[in-house]
Design a protein around this ligand. Structure first.
Ligand code: KG4
Ligand code: ZN
Length: 352
């Protein structure tokens, strides 16, 4: 029997089993991460090595530097995840890895490592879409969450409103027409001279600012549930440049608060519109931007006012991590979806 035949037989048994330990690997951008997740919900370990220090100097992620740092760290990160979980390689039931979307060189490190490991250990290999990972981070924090539900995915590269269907597939409800929400936060933060990644820093400073100080434009989108952040970003850049040209001191906190308010209002308004139109009653947030203080507050208030259930990942599961990849891999395993050794990185992999 070949590797893939043995893996298929093993995966079939695992799909029905309990106590399934998945070792998950994530290397799609600037975090080298590994985690062990049991039955898609129980976290046994979660190790993240962030490369932020390496990239801050350049004002953004440098793909070549990211790939090299992944190569250097991946082995130690995986070993640490197993050690933290108290498991040996042999006690792991399957290997999961992010295969896209992301930076191709960065993804390839994780994919190659996971393929080698799966073959050497003779265990099934599960390919995970990074976006599905973000969505499934919610299963780690909420043991009662089950599809169907609406999910707002807001990260550095994506802003999607999706419906998670009963069968764990995804239906696209709306998406950004231009920039992603995280990208918009990072660009606004850069204009205010915050180092990369500026989103969290802008969020922290906005806490002390007056969000009504500057009125920023509301976008017009083609689709009823679509987003757009590029007009807002341009208006913000122009506003700050004009102030700089006049020699005015920038009211940083008020600028940050006004920008954050405009982004959050748009995210929240469209999500509520979609919930209302579709009759959905459960909403989940996902992705790096779901760590945003105002977004969490605003969504909590909006959902409470309408009687909707709101799920938000714990802060440690909002940004990139491998635990969420383990949670998503469990879903794929339950649907009998395993990868063979021809698995490749796909930088523009789509979820829907
Ligand atoms: O999901 P993520 O870690 O990586 C991608 O898959 O893209 O998201 C990273 C993005 C960055 O743009 C970062 O600035 C943004 O999430 N972000 C935030 C906050 N924390 C992270 N944006 C606004 N407020 C935050 N608190
Ligand atoms: Zn991500």
């Amino acid at each position: 029997m070949s590797y893939i035949q043995r893996a298929r037989t093993r995966a079939q048994a695992l799909a029905q089993a309990q106590g399934v330990n998945i070792l998950a690997i994530e290397s799609s951008c600037d975090e080298t991460a590994a985690a062990v997740v049991r039955d898609g919900r129980q976290l046994l370990s979660n190790v993240i090595h962030s490369q932020i220090d390496l990239h801050t100097l350049y004002g953004g992620v440098v793909p070549e530097i990211a790939s090299r740092a992944h190569v250097e760290k991946i082995d130690a990160v995986v070993q640490a995840a197993l050690h933290e979980a108290g498991l040996s390689f042999e006690q792991v039931d399957a290997i999961a890895v992010t295969c896209g979307p992301g930076l191709v060189g960065a993804l390839l490190i994780g994919v190659s490592y996971a393929k080698g490991l799966a073959f050497a250990l003779d265990k099934p290999l599960i390919a995970v879409n990074h976006i599905e990972g973000h969505i499934c981070a919610n299963y780690l924090s909420a043991s009662d969450l089950q599809p169907p539900f609406m999910c707002l995915v807001v990260s550095g590269g994506h802003s999607h409103l999706l419906r998670v269907q009963e069968d764990d597939s995804y239906a696209l409800i709306g998406c950004t027409q231009d920039d992603a929400a995280g990208e918009a936060f990072d660009k606004a933060a850069r204009v205010l001279s915050f180092p990369y990644p500026g989103g969290p820093k802008l969020d922290a400073l906005a806490e002390t600012g007056d969000a009504t100080h500057f009125i920023l434009p509301k976008p017009h989108t083609q689709g009823r549930y679509d987003y757009s952040f590029s007009g807002l970003k341009t208006a913000f850049v122009n506003l700050t440049h004009q102030m700089k040209q006049r020699g005015d001191a920038l009211p940083l906190a008020d600028l940050a608060a006004s920008f954050r308010q405009a982004v959050v209002e748009q995210l929240c308004d469209k999500a509520m519109l979609a919930m209302q139109d579709t009759g959905e009653r459960v909403l989940a947030l996902a992705g790096g931007v779901s760590a945003n203080h105002l977004l969490r507050q605003h969504m909590a208030q909006a959902c409470a006012a309408r009687g909707y259930m709101l799920y938000m990942p714990e802060l440690r599961f909002c940004g990139d991590n491998a635990a969420m990849i383990g949670a998503a891999a469990f879903k794929r395993l339950q649907h009998g979806q395993i990868a063979d050794l021809s698995l490749n990185a796909n930088p523009s992999l789509r979820l829907v």
